[in-house]
Design a protein around this ligand. Structure first.
Ligand code: NCD
Ligand code: ZN
Length: 415
């Protein structure tokens, strides 16, 4: 049996234990396991790797921005071993045929495990639900998607049991004035647009909804009334509209004030917000040149966990909460056995050292777009990453190949 031995964050404390792995899954957790195949980590702390519920790897259709190979390699270096790819590609993921097209691309190129979100803008057949990982609804117009009529949401979500993530901005609330700054963008799509959309969902949808990238504490408060789950991005936590980012900070929903981002961090660390997801949405630097014309979206899959580990080191979030919001809660919402150190779960881990603090530099990241809005911020990148028991990052270098990644959930039809 393969055994990883070290300081695991297990049952809410750091403990020296042995974790036994067979066929990529955790099969034993003990003080000491007798074995011939042992990986020992006397230094560093071992936690579950990140499950990122929200990335846009742009394939098919927009591969000058990113593709499954570059996106998943970036994910791996950021400690992400599972991601959900969003459906606003070209063609969009809104039919079985388009789903299979994307599945085949990701399967042959992805370094890490993955799921695919299906665009929910109509009633779907049960055979579609069986095959996809998750669903996505866009209430408003955003990069490459047309909004749907929100009035159909109660009907189209009614019979679905898998996770439904909603981009919640109320379409009629969004203004289209010319914009030249992050402040203008915030004025065109103010917090009230998100609040209106979340209120509509709370009042009209009976099932469970997951609200993507919240940008307002008030919409979180409203979502709680129906026990909807909420997700926040690192850019809404660590960036704000007063920073000199130009179009490289233009994103939907927009960056808000420093006061709001501080509140969101407090909501996250106190257990009110459930998930951190990157909403990795890269665009090329050329596309971001003219503020008014620039598409919205920021890259972030490689820096989410590193920024949060740094925040943990600063004492602004506990390790317990960090593991819950980046790994355990998203795994639970997606109903996959990932994101937790427990028998039967995939052996997906990162090993980090609190002392290996680094400045984020775009040139050291693996994005195709070549930039990051978090340039020069401090972060803690993982030194080792394991996926299903296989060492994938060793001392900061990848040692697996594209195509290692596996699709979840397993499905007979896709074999
Ligand atoms: C996303 C993108 O570029 O795909 N942009 C963004 O600002 N978040 C689309 C989206 O999720 O709104
Ligand atoms: Zn979105």
């Amino acid at each position: 049996m393969k055994v990883i031995s070290g300081k695991f964050f297990y049952n809410d404390e750091i403990k020296e234990i042995d974790v036994g792995i067979e066929e990529g899954k955790i099969v034993e957790i003990k003080k000491h396991i007798v074995t011939e195949e042992r990986y020992e980590f006397p230094e560093g702390v071992i936690i579950p790797s990140m499950v990122d519920m929200h990335v846009h790897f742009r394939e098919p259709g927009y591969t000058w921005k990113e593709d499954f190979e570059s996106g998943s390699l970036s994910a791996l270096h950021g400690g992400v071993t599972f991601y959900i790819d969003m459906p606003n590609t070209n063609p969009p993921t809104n039919s079985l045929e388009n789903f299979i097209l994307k599945y085949n691309l990701a399967k042959s190129k992805s370094y890490v495990d993955f799921g695919i979100a299906y665009l929910l803008d109509n009633k779907v057949e049960k055979n579609i639900e069986d095959i996809v990982t998750s669903f996505k609804i866009y209430m408003s117009e955003t990069t490459n998607v047309k909004p749907l009529n929100p009035l159909i949401i109660p009907e189209i979500t009614k019979d679905i049991t898998k996770n439904i993530t909603v981009h919640a901005e109320w379409p009629e609330c969004i203004k289209k004035y010319e914009e030249n700054s992050l402040n203008d963008h915030d004025k065109n799509r103010p917090e009230t647009c998100e609040i209106k959309a979340v209120r509509f969902l709370v009042n009209n949808v009976d099932g469970k909804i997951h609200i993507a990238h919240v940008s307002s504490p008030d919409s979180v408060d409203i979502a709680l009334a129906k026990k909807f789950t909420t997700e926040v991005t690192p850019h809404h936590l660590f960036l704000n509209k007063n920073m000199q980012l130009g179009a490289f900070g233009k994103v939907n929903p927009p960056l808000r004030s420093e006061h709001v981002s501080g509140m969101l961090l407090e909501y996250l660390s106190s257990g009110i917000i459930d998930v951190v997801a990157s909403d990795h949405s890269p665009h090329s630097p050329e596309e971001k040149e003219n503020f008014n014309l620039a598409p919205s979206g920021l890259p972030g899959v490689e820096t989410s966990m590193p920024l949060l580990l740094m925040e943990m080191k600063r004492g602004n979030i506990s390790l317990n909460r960090l593991v819950k919001v980046v790994s355990e809660n998203p795994g639970k919402l997606l109903n996959i056995k990932k994101g937790k150190i427990e028998l039967g779960y995939d052996a997906d881990f990162v090993i980090f050292h609190l002392s290996s603090e680094k400045r984020i530099k775009a040139k050291n990241l693996h994005y195709k777009c070549g930039w990051t809005p978090f340039e020069n911020m401090d972060a803690i990148f993982p030194d080792y990453v394991f996926i299903r028991g296989e060492m994938a990052i060793k001392k900061g270098e990848e040692i697996i190949n594209p195509g290692y990644g596996k699709y979840y959930p397993e499905n007979e039809f896709l074999k």
